[in-house]
Design a protein around this ligand. Structure first.
Ligand code: DGL
Length: 272
């Protein structure tokens, strides 16, 4: 198989990385995508750096077996721990930090940027450091939102869902009070509850999807490297998860709803 006909590999701890897959499918419906959601071990964001690195290594190994032409860490937590570059060998790679930081810097008008993510992501300072290199005078506010991932993984995602709205208020109202005009959804699960987040933050705050931006960034990287598959065909999207296929299917189909341009297959796998 020629290099450009190989699949794109994407991984996350759960369904959150589908925010990158959705954007890839929108931009590149002809590409094959292999996705891994490590649902048996989600959340990653509350684990130690050593554990996150061990999981990430296994995620990379799993995707490499498919001979993928690029790997996207569609996980803010892993991307933060890897600090921008993949430590796991050669080949095209992107995480979500740079793409989301670039989008935030080009979106903000008042230079006040909020970042929300898992505890591990916020602890790492990855987004903040990246923003500071791009826009030294940016004023950055951060908040870890550890309850958002379990809410999303269990389908508590709508604006009618009281627990989700109350938890969002608890986390987000202090950020809103700081007068930010741009908020990075630094964990790829968060765009799945963007309606709830937007309701709490108000219309004046632009939300940046880390997964969506990583999808756009990957597109540019593939283009620059002459690795885009010729357009016209219909790509195959294969989603692997490490726990119950049923729950994953429900979440994935709900989230990827209406994407009939691709052939979707969901199956389970083991990493260790
Ligand atoms: N989507 C992952 C991230 O972007 C979720 C993290 C977790 O598993 O805690 O950080």
């Amino acid at each position: 198989m020629t290099d450009k006909n190989r699949a794109i590999g994407v991984f996350d701890s759960g369904v959150g990385g589908l925010t990158a897959v959705k954007e890839l499918i929108r931009l590149l419906p002809q590409e094959d995508i292999v996705y891994l959601g490590d649902t048996a071990r989600v959340p990653y964001g509350t684990k130690s750096r050593e554990t996150i690195l061990r999981y990430a290594e296994q995620d990379f190994d799993f995707l490499r077996k498919f001979g993928v032409k690029m790997i996207i860490s569609a996980c803010g937590t892993v991307s933060s721990v890897l600090a921008g570059e993949s430590d796991f060998g050669e080949g095209l790679y992107t995480g979500v930090i740079r793409p989301a930081a670039e989008a935030a810097v080009s979106t903000t008008k008042n230079g006040r940027i909020g970042i929300i993510g898992t505890s591990a992501t916020i602890r790492s300072g990855s987004y903040k450091n990246m923003i500071r290199t791009m826009m030294p005078d940016a004023v950055v506010f951060e908040k870890a939102c550890p309850m958002f991932v379990p809410l999303v993984e269990n389908g508590y995602i709508s604006t009618d869902c009281l627990p989700c709205v109350e938890i969002a208020k608890e986390y987000l109202l202090p950020l809103r009070a700081e007068g930010i005009d741009t908020l990075i959804l630094g964990c790829t699960h968060y765009p799945i509850i963007s309606d709830v987040i937007s309701m709490v933050m108000g219309k004046g705050v632009s939300l940046i999807s880390s997964g969506g931006e990583a999808g756009k960034y990957a597109y540019r990287m593939l283009q620059e490297n002459g690795l885009l598959r010729d357009s016209g065909g219909r790509g195959k999207v294969t989603l692997y998860c490490t726990d119950s296929v049923e729950l994953f299917r429900e979440n994935a189909e709900h989230f990827l709803d209406g994407l009939d341009r691709v052939e979707l297959k969901i199956q389970s796998c083991r990493l260790e």
